[in-house]
Unconditional design. Sequence first.
Length: 193
Amino acid sequence: MTRHTAHISRTWLVIIGLILLLGAGTVLARALGASTSVLGSSSAPLLTHTQVAYPTQHSWVWPVVAAVCAVIAALALWWMAAQTSTKTVRSLPLEPDHRNGRTVLPAATVTNAVTDELESYPTIRSAGAVLRGSSTRPGLQLAVTAENRADPVTVRRSVETEALPHLRTALELDTIPTVMRMQFSRAFDRHLA
């Protein structure tokens, strides 16, 4: 999930939450008889007999309700698919001038080199890397498992001052946006060597 889709998801969740909260407040106010002039009496039915009979008298109501529900379901499925879609970079172009040919580096080669370097550090147990975004402006996502007694600042500093500069130099990039998720190994899994 990208930051943009996460922001939109949070916004819609807040809107839906506020609508549900407003509905719950209205039901509670009616049940407590807080505003009988606006909401009606708590003992009166919610719908009048005319309102209950309306769908049976008009045959178009239920097909419209079904169509609206189908549209909502399709939008929900589309949004779920958008959440799971990842723009993983498969290859990186190394030669910007296509007149003399094209040089392409598989992204797996880059990520394997990064993870091999990170796993060679004594404070890091294992690492995973994925390039996201576009092939011309890739971003790096790292998942690092550090030794349980490692100092997180030291682990982060070694990634920032060693691994990332090596990667930027290899790819001839000035910057590479990086997100690192760090976790620590369990105490009984600790390397004793």
